[in-house]
Design a binder for this molecule. Structure first.
Ligand code: ZN
Length: 318
């Protein structure tokens, strides 16, 4: 899969980025994007195009998808699902893992085509109100998003968890508060032994944690540990972005989050400023995780804002 700047995704999804850490987003010509469908396990497929990975349960009752990329791709996504030749039945449900536009951009066309969009309460709230996201007030990654049109809003929302009983499987969406955002769900396909982790787990290096939207590194660590503890050892993991992974990959990611947090916490105890932490390159041992979007400095800033208690607006049940 081509490497793609997340800021590019946000810009394409109508979010205005006012300042950013690194890497400009390239404009995407959606007419050139091809949707690639890969079988993950049993009747679960992963679709890649632009934006977040899509999981699809395809079977005798119809289709359930997790996330829907961008509006201009909706027809191609529909065609790709049909092209698998498994069912002529429609996409009955779309489950959003979180509110960001590269995961919910297709909501309106899917709902106009008859799908029911489901998401955690805070996803609808953030889409409805519009607002700002980023790695914290004054952060180097900062963006605004406009209120979504009515057709794009999830019409079924849940606080803690929700199960869709379709295609012989109990497809379960479970809310993990305050990880990538405050509205993240991880979606479990227990019969097929597959899980879609949304942007709580990504493969592009240091993760983007939307601290301004209620995300936190502590919450992301907690989500990964809690999810990992209840998953079978051989589960197939669909990340928010990147290739299908396994639990070892998730554990390595979680360990990186914990180890880097400890380093920043120690620096905070020594009353170091954010600028000092960057200048001293305190995350140098983890530089292989530095990416185009979230480079090492932006991740130090994420941890700094997260660990000093910068919070978003809507908090949360537990
Ligand atoms: Zn996201």
């Amino acid at each position: 899969m081509r490497k793609r700047c997340l800021l590019g995704w946000m810009l394409m999804s109508g979010m205005a980025v006012t300042a950013f850490a690194a890497g400009g987003g390239q404009e995407t010509d959606f007419s050139k994007v091809q949707i690639k469908a890969t079988k993950v396990s049993g009747n679960i497929y992963m679709l890649e195009g632009e934006g977040g990975n899509i999981a699809a349960s395809i079977g005798e009752d119809g289709i359930v998808i997790v996330d829907d990329q961008f509006a201009p791709l909706a027809e191609k996504i529909q065609a790709s699902l049909k092209g698998l030749g498994i069912t002529d039945k429609p996409v009955r449900f779309v489950i959003n893992t979180h509110y960001h536009g590269d995961h919910t951009g297709g909501n309106a066309p899917f709902s106009n085509a008859g799908s029911t969009v489901i998401a955690q309460d805070n996803v609808r709230k953030r889409m409805e109100s519009g607002g700002t996201g980023g790695i914290g007030p004054g952060g180097s990654v900062h963006f605004e998003h406009k209120p979504a049109e009515k057709a794009a809003l999830p019409i079924i929302t849940f606080e803690h968890d929700l199960t869709v009983h379709l295609n012989g499987e109990d497809i379960r969406a479970l809310h993990f508060p305050a990880g990538h955002t405050d509205g993240d769900s991880i979606i479990f396909f227990p019969k097929n032994n597959v899980v879609h982790m949304g942007d709580d787990f990504v493969r592009y290096g240091f993760p983007f944690i939307d601290v301004s939207s209620g995300g936190s590194v502590q919450g992301m660590i907690a989500a990964m540990e809690k999810a990992t503890a209840q998953l079978p050892a051989d589960v197939k993991v669909i990340p928010g972005h990147g290739a299908v992974s396994n639990l070892d990959d998730v554990r390595e990611f979680t360990k990186m989050l914990k180890d880097t947090s400890v380093v920043v916490e120690k620096a905070l105890k020594k009353h170091k400023t954010l600028e000092q932490m960057k200048r001293e390159k305190i995350l140098e041992p983890w530089k292989k995780w530095s990416g185009d979007f979230v480079n090492t400095d932006a991740f130090i800033e994420t941890l700094y804002n997260s660990l000093t208690g910068t919070k978003g607006d809507f908090r949360k049940h537990n």
